[in-house]
Design a protein around this ligand. Structure first.
Ligand code: B12
Length: 294
């Protein structure tokens, strides 16, 4: 495997295509330059020897430095789709590491992983991807996010927050990647999160919440058909004795449904249509600012 090393000289970055080579004499790994590539922001895929052009490290580096970022992002999405189909967790983690180093965790999820998973859905719907391959992609994505979650939980950015968040899906809702992604993002910000997705019966959600005592419950709905069970869950939470004050409902399943305001005493339900990952934190801050210091 190769990668591109960035070297700064007098304020300018220069790129070298390098590979790790085992040095038998010293018993260590040393870096060997394969090719000098010139100014980092000018490196194009054509500058790379053909046998390395599809290497995820190379693609990520060019995407992160290139002036034609859109074109490279498209190439990265194609590469991710291929790696998800092959269930190649190692290379997926490599892509995550390089991309997030430059653009951060949120953009990795928002601009790469989520759009690639939506593409998987479109291909499945159009009959261009069989069910088994769709499942492989979904499982690989879950494995990747699990690895990321373990890392971000260990090294949150900023102080640990006091707000406790419970994430769940209504009964019958088996889509759970969105919940894992939200969990990962909130953990990276130092929040205490319990993710009980997918598909939990309403009574179990209440039983769990009465022990965990969350300040906020997030309900993720992907299928519009699950609005019945989502409403059942919301009503049970509103009527229960758990002291949660904010219930946020989101996910692609709420886009097409008509929404009515619901509240009971101090408990209030917010339907956040079209809220992307980057909009979640401002929404949480907005709804909780009146009563909770986060
Ligand atoms: C993977 C997948 C599956 C997997 C799920 C495995 C798992 N454990 O998660 C499996 C194979 C089980 C599956 C099953 C089904 N699926 Co499916 N699935 C998908 C697929 C390809 C990807 C979903 C995903 O991971 N998205 C990526 C995540 C990161 O995005 P997200 O969930 O949208 O979450 C983000 C935001 O929405 C938001 N968000 C989410 N929740 C919340 C909550 C709050 C409070 C807030 C603020 C924000 C927020 O933030 C998240 C992070 O950015 C989608 C395609 C798609 N367009 O989503 C189809 C898709 C959702 N599935 C679909 C269908 C039809 C089904 C099945 C009915 C198929 C069948 N006939 O069996 C079943 C239903 C299962 C069930 N009862 O739930 C359709 C739904 C169509 C519709 N309009 O209703 C889709 C859209 C595919 C398609 N194009 O047709 N599926």
């Amino acid at each position: 495997m190769v990668f591109i090393r960035d070297k700064k000289v007098k304020g300018h970055s220069y790129a070298y295509l390098v590979r790790n080579v085992w040095d038998n004499r010293k018993g260590t790994v040393r870096q060997e330059i394969v090719k000098y590539l010139g100014r980092s922001n000018k490196v194009a895929i054509e500058d790379i020897p053909i046998e390395f052009q599809k290497d995820p490290n190379v693609i990520s580096f060019i995407a992160c430095h290139s002036s034609d970022a859109e074109k490279m992002e498209l190439t990265m999405k194609e590469k991710m789709l291929e790696l998800l189909m092959r269930n190649d967790t190692k290379l997926l983690v490599d892509i995550f590491e390089t991309y997030s180093q430059f653009f951060g965790l949120v953009k990795f999820y928002e601009r790469l992983l989520a759009p690639v998973m939506y593409k998987v859905g479109e291909m499945w719907e159009a009959g261009r991807l069989n069910v088994a391959t769709e499942h492989v992609c979904s499982n690989a994505a879950h494995t990747l996010v699990k690895i990321i979650n373990e890392r971000v939980s260990r090294n949150p950015v900023g102080n640990r927050k006091t707000l406790k968040i419970l994430i769940c899906t209504p009964e019958g809702e088996y889509h759970s990647l969105g919940c894992m992604v939200i969990e990962s993002f909130l953990r990276s910000k130092g929040y205490s999160v319990s993710n009980i997705a997918p598909s939990v019966p309403s009574d179990s959600v209440i039983a769990f919440a009465s022990k965990y005592n969350p300040d906020l419950i997030m309900i993720s709905m992907t299928l519009a058909d699950n609005i019945g069970s989502a409403n059942k869950l919301i009503n049970k939470i509103l009527e229960s004795r758990i002291s949660v004050s904010h219930i946020l409902v989101g996910g692609i399943g709420i886009e097409s449904i008509k929404i009515k305001e619901q509240k009971n005493g101090l408990k209030k339900v917010y339907f956040l249509k079209g809220t992307k990952l980057s909009g979640i934190l401002p929404s949480i801050k907005e709804v909780t600012k009146a009563r909770t210091k986060i």
